[in-house]
Design a binder for this molecule. Structure first.
Ligand SMILES: *Cc1c(COP(=O)(O)O)cnc(C)c1O
Length: 361
């Protein structure tokens, strides 16, 4: 069996032991004689899966008791509307920091429902940095401040959170959830489509402070109201059962095999350093992000020559390094090195890049 090194931005690699476990349990989940895919979401066996997934996420992320954990559908993109409908409810105002496509889309969606504005942006330099903000830049009566914590397309990350005072901070953590420890208590709401770092596509995780639930706008559809799902423990309707099960397996892997998020962070830093150090020393390739805002998860780079970029993508694919082509709006290359990418995968990629550089000087 030849598995490739998959640098896809999402859906992306899953740990091999998780895939093996899922395969092992495919036809007969723990003596039930059924696959998790075939199981009633109201069954005792499934109830344990979803409860275990929540308990594991709470443990691994150290989520305080006054936060609800929700397993929803609709991807990260549905949260762009859901956040606004549920949270822009006191003064109908929200402040957004625009650090790329995803934050821009979230802002556009919020503007359909209220006075949402961009208070800072890094569009002037193609989103290659995180704009500096201070408390005075946010409107005092904003219902929340919104950020995209890790910018999947541009490869930037907040190493330091903006100071928003008492205004709840909302963050899209789709591409960095469970990649390193995060102080959940600093946020009003966190959300993540799970297909980048936690599961297959289908489940979206929402972690929301309890006092922010229950004040949705009147126009909010039942299915887009956090209260609907919070009151029903994410079983108001059929949840994305299988993706939640895979999330549970991934969380077990983080807890038992990796040893928690501190260890996860160490592994991710070691991997990213290998690639960034090479990019910094290379005469052909260069990283596109300012060093202080570099992501541990998504590493965009270029040669400076579009033809050579295309040649690199073609040859690397043939060599078993797949999905290295940059986002269609940016060009160049991007290596997404999420939790499941082994150190060896980055090591081999760097070797390949060195070789490519030697041949194309
Ligand atoms: C991929 C991504 C999204 C969109 O997620 P979908 O689940 O495809 O809707 C939103 N935000 C970030 C940061 C992403 O990386």
């Amino acid at each position: 069996m030849a598995r490739v090194y998959n640098f896809s931005a999402g859906p992306s690699m899953l740990p091999e032991s998780v895939l093996k476990k899922a395969a092992e349990e495919m036809l007969d989940y723990q003596g039930t004689g059924q696959s998790v895919m075939e199981m009633s979401h109201r069954s005792k066996a499934y109830d344990k899966i979803i409860k275990d997934a929540e308990a594991l996420l709470r443990e691994v992320m150290n989520i305080p008791d006054n936060y609800k954990v929700l397993f929803l559908q609709g991807g990260g993109s549905t949260q762009f509307a859901m956040v606004a409908l549920n949270l822009m409810n006191k003064n109908n105002k929200a402040d957004y920091i625009v650090t790329g496509q995803w934050a821009k889309k979230a802002l556009a969606e919020a503007q359909r429902y209220g006075d949402a504005v961009a208070v800072a942006s890094s569009a002037d330099k193609t989103f290659t940095y995180i704009p500096k903000t201070d408390r005075s830049m946010f409107r005092e009566d904003a219902d929340y401040v919104y950020i995209c914590l890790n910018n999947t397309i541009y490869g930037t990350v907040y190493h330091e959170l903006p100071d928003t005072g008492d205004i709840p901070l909302v963050a899209d953590i789709s591409s960095c959830i469970v990649s390193e420890p995060l102080d959940v208590s600093k946020f009003g709401l966190l959300f993540a489509g799970a297909q980048k770092n936690m599961s297959g596509a289908g489940v979206t995780i929402v972690i929301v402070r309890e006092d922010l639930i229950g004040n949705a706008m009147d126009i909010t559809p039942t299915m887009l109201n956090y209260k609907t799902h919070a009151d029903a423990d994410s079983l108001y309707n059929t949840p994305p059962c299988y993706a939640i099960y895979v999330a549970k397996l991934v969380l077990e892997w983080i807890k038992n095999e990796v040893g928690g998020l501190d260890k996860m962070k160490e592994r991710n830093e070691k991997k990213a350093k290998l690639l960034y150090d090479f990019l910094d020393s290379s005469e052909l390739f260069k990283g596109t992000v300012v060093p202080e805002d570099r992501s541990l998860m998504n590493v965009p780079f270029v040669t400076g020559d579009a033809d050579l970029d295309a040649k690199f993508v073609k040859e690397s694919t043939e060599a078993g390094f797949v999905n290295l082509k940059g986002h269609r709006t940016v060009g160049g290359m991007r290596a997404s090195i999420y939790n499941a990418m082994p150190y060896e995968g980055v090591e081999k990629l760097v070797e390949f890049m060195k070789d490519f550089e030697a041949k194309n000087k």
